[in-house]
Design a protein around this ligand. Structure first.
Ligand SMILES: [Zn+2]
Length: 423
């Protein structure tokens, strides 16, 4: 298959200004990128698409995906889903994500050990449609930490697996690695919604973090951390964690350490869920609502302060806002671009680079993913609108004229949040 997309405004993801141009695709890769009017020798005989001035850009990368978080109001509702039903819902979320223009996703945890793995394999075998997927384990957490949904005398699960002590962490990490997880997720800090371990606390010990990292790195896989407290960020860095999400309360020392490791680590604020929760609390004058707000507001302010500073220091930040809860459902992930511009000081171009070029890097494929360049994989979006003027156009699926993954063309389905493979 050879395809020439001509008369497009090409934005290549590097941060360079867009230009009127044309892109030749051969099979699953980009063969040539040229300014408008320049002859492209290999285009002879290729099928042509007249882009009519539309905006051609790299496909989006979700950097903090939870495909198996299926829009439930509570984490414990995930524990009530049988694996078979849960797998189908996860597959559905993958189709929604591709339909929203995301051609790649780096998982930040699955709700059950094999959910990401089964869906990744189904996508790769062509049994279903979805983004390129790097899979993750459930959230390995300590007793009482984020994702430990258990209660005494009740059988109740959530999205985490509680493990205490380095031996338990090592055993569970190795089991998840054996089952095909690309990333081990460790909840080093607490969270704002957790009863005993709050966001400012660091609950996973050094020895536990080290055990998880050692198990993953031994076979060349990665570790991602949930780390809101400043000490949890430092603990992650000292032990070689590869992806450090949130970092909200990072102090000066933690920021310096992140900066020193910026060629090695990735971060992502996951601000989408925080803003969605703040929005849902508006007008809630109940005691519970008010006390939740008292926890959330300082967290929101810390996130904005920290990620503005990290952006200035050139630390790699990816988009992805914990989509997959009732307040911020799967498929609305492009809202994160708007949040980056409105709350974290990113220009539209910087936000789009976080979602494309940096996204390709967190997928471990920065040499062939996330930019419109010759030799790169043909993961592209053709947009009816200019996201550099207003990133919100990417939230409107009707404006996604074409979604391409590896040279295969998709279009959003009419009336359903999915995609249709064109051939
Ligand atoms: Zn998350």
């Amino acid at each position: 298959m050879r395809l020439l997309i001509e008369h497009a405004t090409v934005w290549d993801g590097s941060g360079a200004a867009p230009f009127p141009g044309q892109v030749l695709i051969e099979g699953e890769r980009i063969e040539a990128v040229a300014p408008a009017g320049q002859a492209v020798a290999a285009a002879e005989g290729a099928e042509r698409i007249d882009a009519g001035g539309k905006f051609l850009m790299p496909g989006l990368v979700e950097g903090h995906a939870h495909l198996s978080f299926v829009d439930t109001p509570r984490g414990t509702a995930l524990g009530e889903l049988p694996p078979e039903d849960h797998a189908l819902l996860t597959m559905d979320a993958a189709r929604k994500l591709l339909g929203a223009g995301f051609t790649s996703a780096c998982s930040a945890a699955a709700a059950k050990i094999r959910l990401d793995v089964a869906v990744r394999d189904a996508i790769e075998r062509g049994h279903t449609d979805g983004p390129r997927l790097l899979t993750a384990s459930p959230e390995l957490t300590v007793t009482g930490g984020l994702g430990d949904g258990r209660r005494l005398h009740l059988h109740q699960d959530s999205f985490g697996v509680a493990v205490d002590g380095p031996d338990e962490v090592r055993r569970m990490a190795r089991l998840c690695l054996r089952e095909g997880c690309d990333t081990i997720k460790l909840n080093i800090s607490g969270d704002y919604g957790t009863e005993s371990a709050l966001a400012e606390t660091t609950v996973m010990t050094d020895a536990e973090v080290a055990a998880g990292v050692e198990a993953a790195h031994a076979i060349g896989r990665r570790v991602a951390a949930h780390a809101r407290a400043s000490d949890s960020v430092k603990r992650a860095l000292r032990n070689g964690v590869d992806i450090i999400y949130h970092c909200d309360f990072a102090d000066e020392e933690a920021l310096d350490m992140l900066e020193a490791a910026k060629d090695r680590v990735f971060t992502g604020p996951a601000i989408g869920i925080v803003l969605a929760r703040l929005e849902s609390l508006r007008g809630d004058n109940s005691w519970q609502g008010q006390s939740f707000l008292e926890r959330l507001r300082p967290l929101y302010e810390a996130t904005c302060r920290t990620h503005n500073e990290m952006r200035k220091r050139g630390i790699r930040i990816v988009i992805g806002g914990d989509y997959g809860f009732a307040a911020n459902p799967q498929g609305t992930n492009a809202r994160d671009l708007e949040h980056f511009v409105a709350h974290l000081g990113f220009s539209p171009s910087e936000a789009l680079q976080a979602a494309t070029r940096t996204g390709g890097e967190i997928m471990k494929r920065g040499h062939e993913l996330g930019q419109v360049r010759p030799g790169f994989l043909a993961d592209l979006l053709l947009v009816d609108g200019d996201p550099l003027k207003d990133v919100r156009v990417l939230q409107d699926r009707k404006r996604l004229a074409l979604i391409m993954k590896g040279g295969v063309r998709y279009q959003p389905c009419e009336g359903a949040p999915h995609v249709r493979r064109l051939h």
